[in-house]
Design a protein around this ligand. Structure first.
Ligand code: PLP
Length: 340
C-alpha cells in the first residue's frame, strides 16, 4: 500500500474490503467482509428500476494519540432508518448499523489516514432493494453495504469562500416529497441544476422552497447557515430540507459558545442582505463560507461582507467543532466512538 495522504481528494480509492449484509424473510444475516469491490445483482433488481436506494456519509478520524474515532454514527443510523421508512425498505437497526461501521473500519485500519494530513476515512453506508421486481412495488430482499475510502483534507490552507447561485428553473425537493431523506434519486434530480450552476461559474447551487421560491431551503449537498449582524446563528426550518448531522452539531457547539441559535423560515429576498456571514455545512467539508449569491433568474448579485475568506463566527465554530472530531477537545456530548 503506497498512498500519498497529502494528495488525496474526495474520490473513491479501493480499500481492503467492504461489508455486506442481506435481508430476506424478515431478518438480516450476519454480514460478511468482502474483498472484491463489486456486487452481484439481478438485472431486474428493484434499485436499478425504481430507485429504491438510500445512503449515508460519515467519517473516522485518526487522532494525535493514534486513536481512531468515528463521529456520531447513531445520527446517520437514524437518518437511514427514516430513508428506509419513506421508501418502504427493510430498516437497518441502529445496533446493526453501528456494528457494521465498526467492523469495516477495523478491517480497513491501515486506510485511516495518519494524523496531521487532514485526511480522513470516509464511510459510505448504502441500502437498496436487491430482489427482482418488474412491477412497481417494494422489493422482497434488501442489501446493506458499508464501504470506506480515504479522502483528503478539503482545505489545504484556511477556509476559502465559494460563490453560490440560485437556479430557479429547478427544485431539489417537492413539497411533501423526499427532500428530508437521503435518497439516491434526490441526487440524480440535482445533477442537471448543479452542472448548470458550474457552467455559469458557481461552485454551489442554492435552492429556495419548492412551493413559493421565497424561503431558503439548502444547497445541493449541504445545509444553509447564516450569522446575523447581531451574532445569531440562523438556519432554515423546512420539512423538505435534509437534517444535517453537521448542522445539528454546529448548533450545539454554537449554544456551548453562548451563540443564540434560531431555526426558522428565512425569506431570501428580505433577509439575505442583512447577514454578516453565510456558509454551507456538511460532513465532507464541515463549513464552506459563501462570498456571494447570484439569483440566475433575475441576474441580481448579493455580496456577503466576508469576502473570499471565512467570517469570525464561522471560523470559531469550525475550529471548535473540528477539535472535537480530531479528539483534541473534550467530547462533552458523547459524539465519538473509539474503534479499538
Ligand atoms: C442535501 C444535503 N443536505 C445537507 C447535507 C449535509 O448533511 P451532513 O451534515 O449530515 O453531512 C448533505 C450531505 O450529506 C446533503 O446531501
Amino acid at each position: 500500500m503506497d498512498i500519498d495522504w497529502s494528495k488525496l481528494t474526495f474520490s473513491y480509492l479501493p480499500t481492503a474490503c467492504h461489508i455486506e449484509y442481506h435481508w430476506k424473510d424478515g431478518a438480516w444475516d450476519k454480514g460478511e467482509l468482502k474483498t472484491e469491490p463489486y456486487v452481484t445483482l439481478s438485472i431486474a433488481a428493484e434499485c436499478l428500476h425504481y430507485g429504491q436506494e438510500a445512503f449515508e456519509g460519515l467519517k473516522a478520524y485518526r487522532g494525535e494519540d493514534g486513536k481512531i474515532r468515528v463521529f456520531r454514527m447513531e445520527m446517520n443510523a437514524r437518518r437511514l432508518m427514516n430513508s428506509a421508512y419513506r421508501t418502504c425498505m427493510a430498516p437497518v437497526p441502529e445496533a446493526l448499523f453501528c456494528k457494521a461501521v465498526e467492523r469495516v473500519v477495523k478491517a480497513n485500519i491501515d486506510y485511516v489516514p495518519p494524523y496531521g494530513t487532514g485526511a480522513t476515512l470516509y464511510i459510505r453506508p448504502l441500502l437498496f432493494g436487491s430482489s427482482p421486481q418488474i412491477g412497481v412495488a417494494p422489493a422482497d430482499e434488501y442489501t446493506f453495504i458499508v464501504l470506506v475510502t480515504p479522502v483528503g483534507a478539503y482545505y489545504k490552507g484556511g477556509l476559502q469562500a465559494v460563490k453560490a447561485c440560485i437556479v430557479d428553473e429547478y427544485d431539489r425537493a417537492a413539497p411533501h416529497g423526499t427532500g428530508m431523506v437521503k435518497l439516491a434519486g434526490n441526487y440524480a434530480a440535482s445533477l442537471l441544476p448543479h452542472e448548470k450552476a458550474k457552467e455559469a461559474g458557481y461552485a454551489v447551487d442554492l435552492y429556495l422552497d419548492p412551493a413559493q421560491h421565497k424561503y431558503i431551503e439548502e444547497f445541493g449537498s449541504s445545509n444553509f447557515l447564516a450569522i446575523t449582524k447581531d451574532g445569531k446563528y440562523v438556519t432554515p426550518a423546512s420539512p423538505s430540507v435534509l437534517p444535517s448531522v453537521t448542522n445539528n452539531g454546529l448548533q450545539q457547539v454554537a449554544k456551548d459558545l453562548g451563540i443564540p441559535v434560531e431555526v426558522r423560515p428565512i425569506d431570501f429576498e428580505a433577509e439575505i442582505e442583512s447577514f454578516a456571514e453565510v456558509a454551507a455545512c456538511g460532513t465532507a467539508v464541515v463549513i464552506t463560507p459563501v462570498s456571494e449569491i447570484v439569483r440566475l433568474s433575475t441576474g441580481k448579485h448579493y455580496v456577503l461582507p466576508t469576502g473570499d475568506g471565512c467570517g469570525p463566527v464561522f471560523q470559531k465554530l469550525y475550529d471548535a467543532y473540528t477539535a472535537i472530531q480530531w479528539g483534541k477537545a473534550p467530547d462533552t456530548h458523547g459524539w465519538l466512538k473509539v474503534i479499538a
